[in-house]
Design a protein around this ligand. Structure first.
Ligand code: UT7
Length: 331
């Protein structure tokens, strides 16, 4: 799916993030599996990640992010009429985490649902909220992306345990006077889905109650390096913009090597690229908003800045968005 905005201006007016307090170093993971800090840093760029403590579930981590986004937008939860939570690790399948959070926030007028698109979930959710707002069905949306991947990791599998972390981010989306989203490109390749899956998590594998993440890292790596470039290129073309015009590049934070590959192929200067995989690992649906928040904290999200975001993950799925940041209309 690909498309560009037709004069409709819908942007982000509030941004908030939250990560669990518990910091887990590479050395700590070496107590569970045969690995070491040197291998992890060299092959992934990850130095530490945050992980939920016992009893901490998705909504515990995502709610503070949502509250921060609302405060940032100077918005009242009661004025939110759409709440989408992108996640593969909801508190439970139902009630949905979005419905639970809508209630906790006081967003009693909101349609609320969870969205499942792997690590690309936040990008899909942005596009959905955009469509709802552009059609006039929604007036103010809250989009949350977050995951507690530590809850589905196999703590005996070194090839996956070291890669992931927990965290969440949220944005308020509404009509803005200038700037906003320029276009989206989203895709899915179910044939490659087998390379990153959670067997035992749904109706097909009811005889395998153990639901732990399984990944063929090399295949996902090949997929990732391909789509990070093709998706970004496609959305830029669709919007009639070039990579030279991009002020802030926000790639999914899965592996520093994947980011470096995309940066090289796309030709984005490193100083325009947001990298925080060293501190958070791959936080799945939390990855893009956490990176956006870092870019903002660094002063990079100036008014009018052209921002390119690309995510990819289980499905296999991918998605890009191009937007002009609108500072001041809430954010
Ligand atoms: O949102 C999408 C989520 N997933 C991804 O983006 C993951 C994409 N894939 C990757 O990032 C990389 O493929 C990995 C980081 C998972 C693996 O890196 P790699 O350079 O492709 O390593 P490899 O799988 O080719 O393995 C090389 C060696 C193997 O040992 P042998 O067979 O050569 O003896 C692995 O067993 O490294 C070994 N290895 C480890 N060694 C120490 C795998 N994991 C570890 C580890 N510590 N944690």
């Amino acid at each position: 799916m690909i498309g560009s905005a037709n004069g409709v201006r819908i942007g982000i007016t509030g941004l908030g993030v939250n990560v669990p307090d518990r910091v887990v170093s590479n050395d700590e993971l070496a107590e569970y599996v045969d690995t070491n800090d040197e291998w992890i840093v060299e092959r992934t760029g990850i130095r530490e990640r945050r992980m939920a403590s016992d009893g901490e579930a998705l909504t515990d981590i995502a709610l503070p992010a949502a509250q921060a986004a609302l405060a940032d937008a100077d918005a009242d939860a009661a004025d939110i009429d759409l709440l989408i939570c992108a996640t593969v690790t909801p508190d439970m399948m139902f009630p949905t985490s979005s419905a639970l959070m809508a209630d906790a926030l006081g967003a009693h007028e909101a349609a609320a649902y969870d969205l499942l698109a792997g690590c690309t979930g936040f990008m899909y959710a942005l596009a959905q909220a955009y469509g709802m707002l552009a059609s006039g069905l929604s007036r103010r949306a809250l989009v949350i992306g977050g995951d507690v991947l530590s809850s589905i990791l196999d703590w005996h599998d070194r090839s996956t345990l070291v890669l992931f972390g927990d965290g969440a981010g949220a944005v308020v989306m509404e009509h803005v006077p200038r700037g906003g989203f320029l276009g989206f490109e989203l895709g899915a390749d179910g044939a490659g889905g087998v390379h990153l899956q959670l067997p035992g998590s749904g109706s097909r594998h009811f005889d395998q109650p153990e639901a732990l993440l399984k990944m063929n890292g090399r295949e996902v790596y090949k997929f990732a390096t391909r789509v990070m470039v093709s998706s970004a290129t496609a959305v830029l073309e669709e919007c009639g913009r070039t990579i030279d015009e991009v002020d802030v590049y926000v790639p999914h934070q899965a592996n520093k090597r994947i980011i470096d590959h995309a940066v090289g192929k796309l030709g984005v200067p490193h100083e325009r690229t947001v990298v925080n995989v060293d501190r958070f690992g791959n936080t799945s649906s939390g990855s893009i908003p956490l990176a956006l928040a870092d870019a903002r904290a660094d002063g990079r999200l100036a008014d009018g800045a052209l921002v390119l975001m690309t995510g990819m993950g289980a499905g296999l799925t991918w998605g890009s968005a191009l937007m002009e940041w609108t500072e001041g209309s809430g954010s």
